[in-house]
Design a protein around this ligand. Sequence first.
Ligand code: MLT
Ligand code: ZN
Length: 429
Amino acid sequence: MVAPVRPAAAVRARSVADVQATLRWATAHGVPITPRGGGTGKAGGCVPCEGGVVLSLAGLDRLRSIRPEHGFAEVDAGLITGTFRDAADEARLYYPPDPGALDACTLGGNVATNAGGPAALKYGVTRDQVLGVEAVLADGTRIDLGRRQPKGVAGYDLARLLVGSEGTLAVVTGIRLALRARPASIVAALMPFATVQDAAQAVTLGRRSGLEPRALEFFDATALRRAAREPGFPFDPSWGALLLVEFDGEPGVPEASLARFAEGLGDRGPLEVRVAGDEARRRGLWQLRRRTSHLVKVGAVGWITEDVAVPLGSVPDLVERLPGIGEQHGVIALAYGHAGDGNLHVNLLWEDPSGAQFAERAADAVIAAALDLGGTISAEHGIGLAKRRFLPQEVGDRAIGLMRGIKQAFDPLGILNPQKVFRLQEPPC
Ligand code: MLT
Ligand code: ZN
């Protein structure tokens, strides 16, 4: 877990000019700046670990324009993601990324971590929607990067380089986001399976069938049992695991796709298919899914949440290794998440304070398993501070050297969110 840190000061920017003035001053005085959106990140990316100034973008929250004729919108970085999705919906358009903290996270924060969510399965993560960004460099210069149409290869793609850079290269103040046509119809269904392996196999087989679910969410039995202490959370003790499967398309298509998905699994198919009969029920299911991260932790005194992803065909292998990791290290290991993307939120919990001493080793084992299977240490939460010690294992020293070079080119004084993603120098945090 990342410990809280108090900065020397906080700036609440209300305009791009405020951001520019803050960065000009910080460069002149060599003061570290930690940009902050909604503060909902999972990896400690907005923790001001070197003190200095926290620069909040939350007050920069205008929807600048929606341009249906161009297929994009221009937004301030501090606009709440859920608010933006609702505005797009009113314009009969669709913005797919739907991270867990939808109603509290900001689009700028989503850009910082390249956030995903369930619908990333069909429509891609934040980076796939970003056409361009407006950003302020460490010396206070405002730049506009990227494009206004789907195509463009004018030099290096600096706009998308900023996506996922966690505020270490520049402070993003505005974003140009592609919008799509709103799906005509969406249908969700719960599919419980007798065993966790059947559910994990269904994820890989279901994708291979040529069908394109918009969401394929997985819950193992431990996650279900813990979350089901919340009234209304779907659970039956006979379930080994649960999938929440969703399709969209022209009316009638999602229902047919759900049926084909389940039938294609043959003998190892779901115990039943519980279709959410109307929009209110569908939304209810997603509310419970969004609360899973919180619900599974109730009763635990501490936890580490991992955000690994593996190639799709290795999801069953990863799922099979988790109980052993939990047992070996004396922690509760559970998983839920965006299995259709190979992405599982593995939670390591302890209900007795003594569990803390073993948890780091359990986390090491989860990371080792993901990398052994050819996966990644973070699919959508970012590296921040929490995953930094694992980064060299995934990308290697040569790649970290290249990243340091890019950091140096953007931020020669090293004042922008220092020590995040990789250490600038040893130590201090
Ligand atoms: C989610 O999918 O619920 C979010 O990424 C948060 C999490 O589970 O840790
Ligand atoms: Zn997630």
